[in-house]
Write a protein that binds this ligand. Structure first.
Ligand SMILES: Nc1nc2c(ncn2[C@@H]2O[C@H](COP(=O)(O)OP(=O)(O)OP(=O)(O)O)[C@@H](O)[C@H]2O)c(=O)[nH]1
Length: 379
């Protein structure tokens, strides 16, 4: 027969073990849950089809998945290439207040190793949040932000940015913590970022004219179909301008091919300066540009065309060879009338460009440096 004290000890021990097991089971379930959420987050970012889709997913999901109070991304963007290209592709950065662009590696805050023995890539920095040192990485830090992790984003051992995690919990990130998990997260995010950025750059190259930076003909053809379809749905007007530099051959002959290229770039810039953000400017080839004016009737298109003509003719073009050259443009304008639903969009698009081209022909015939609008009776 056992003594009563021994039985009591066993019961207590049993209860303690049971409580410990319940705790461990709860932890295991919680970890499993976190793992599943991270797995689904990984799948979502790997599947992101564009730059805004990727950064949007990171900013939306990561704070929830990792129970963080703030997540920011800093991208190393020497020469403003990434920011500039995304802007041209229509990314609205106001949608991403936690996205930071830095021009130099030093701004990311990773201290380069002073040890001659260790020259590896930077490691994550975990610890307390100090506004003076870290505010640039957290431009909209939540009140009471206490601890942070700055995780380097590396591709082929090259720093491309940092993933910055923040918590109001002072012990969420401490210098003594292991960094395997955040490094793993950083490496997946770095691959995804590099991937979408390269794809967006390729998309941009495929849609733009390398010399002037404006859209190319392929883009304009597609955009025209899109805009005419929209105009058909919303019953607004679409106008088109065909712009051709006058006697451009003479410009090339006098200023050389390089001087001619500079003139093409400057003409594109002067045209663009007169347009609304919603309008589209493309180079159709050689010295010809086409502008698509959204929600603009014939009269307002004529006014914009006249502004463009005047701005090109107003002042000579200063060239890098110290010479300057005076240039003018001729412009043909056409507007789609009531867009009946029975007409095919492709046919309407071709007709619009052909009418602007025909008006341009008249402008050239009429003496150049002028704007001519297509008249319906030209047929
Ligand atoms: N510099 C430069 N020249 C180009 C480029 N593409 C086409 N050209 C030149 O543009 C000129 C076009 O000449 P033309 O079509 O005869 O027309 P134009 O001299 O402008 O005369 P009009 O249009 O009748 O006023 C040619 O000399 C082409 O070589 C380019 O990318 N760069």
């Amino acid at each position: 027969m056992q003594e009563p004290g021994v039985t009591l000890d066993l019961v207590e021990e049993n209860a303690a073990l049971r409580a410990r097991m319940d705790y461990l089971l709860e932890q295991a379930e919680r970890n499993h849950d976190i793992m599943c959420r991270h797995h689904s987050f990984d799948l979502d970012i790997v599947g992101a089809g564009s730059f805004p889709d990727l950064v949007g997913t990171i900013f939306r999901q990561l704070p929830v998945v990792s129970e963080l109070d703030v997540v920011t991304l800093a991208l190393l963007d020497v020469g403003d290439d990434i920011h500039g290209t995304m802007h041209k592709l229509g990314v609205d950065f106001a949608d991403f207040p936690h996205l930071v662009f830095v021009q130099a590696e030093a701004e990311l805050g990773f201290v380069p190793s002073r040890s001659p023995l260790f020259t590896g890539p930077p490691k994550p920095l975990l610890g307390p949040y100090h506004p003076a040192a870290h505010q640039a990485m957290f431009p909209h830090a939540p009140a009471g932000l206490q601890s942070i992790a700055l995780v380097p984003l590396l591709r082929n051992k090259r720093l491309i940015g940092s993933l910055n995690l923040g918590s109001v919990d002072p012990v969420r990130f401490t210098p003594s913590m292991g960094t395997d998990f955040v490094e793993h997260m950083g490496s997946i995010i770095a691959i995804c970022l590099e991937n979408v950025i390269s794809n967006e750059m390729l998309k941009y190259i495929g849609l733009t004219d390398a010399l002037t930076g404006v859209y190319n003909r392929r883009y304009m053809d597609l955009r025209m179909l899109e805009e005419i379809a929209r105009a058909q749905r919303q019953s607004h007007r679409v106008s088109c301008m065909y712009i051709d530099i006058d006697h451009f051959k003479l410009v090339n002959d006098s200023a050389g091919h390089q001087g001619g290229d500079e003139v093409l770039r400057e003409v594109a810039a002067r045209i663009k300066a007169e347009l609304r953000l919603s309008d589209a400017l493309g180079r159709f080839g050689g010295e010809e540009f086409v502008v698509l004016l959204i929600d603009a009737d014939g009269d307002s298109a004529g006014v914009v065309a006249e502004r463009i003509r005047a701005s090109v003719a107003l002042s000579p073009f200063a060239l890098s060879c110290d010479a300057s050259v005076s240039v003018s443009v001729s412009i043909g304008v056409a507007t789609l009338g009531e867009i009946g639903r029975e007409r095919a969009i492709e046919a309407l698009s071709q007709e619009l460009v052909a009418q602007a081209d025909s008006a341009l022909y008249r402008a050239k015939e009429g003496g150049r440096n002028r704007v001519v609008s297509f008249a319906a009776d030209e047929g």
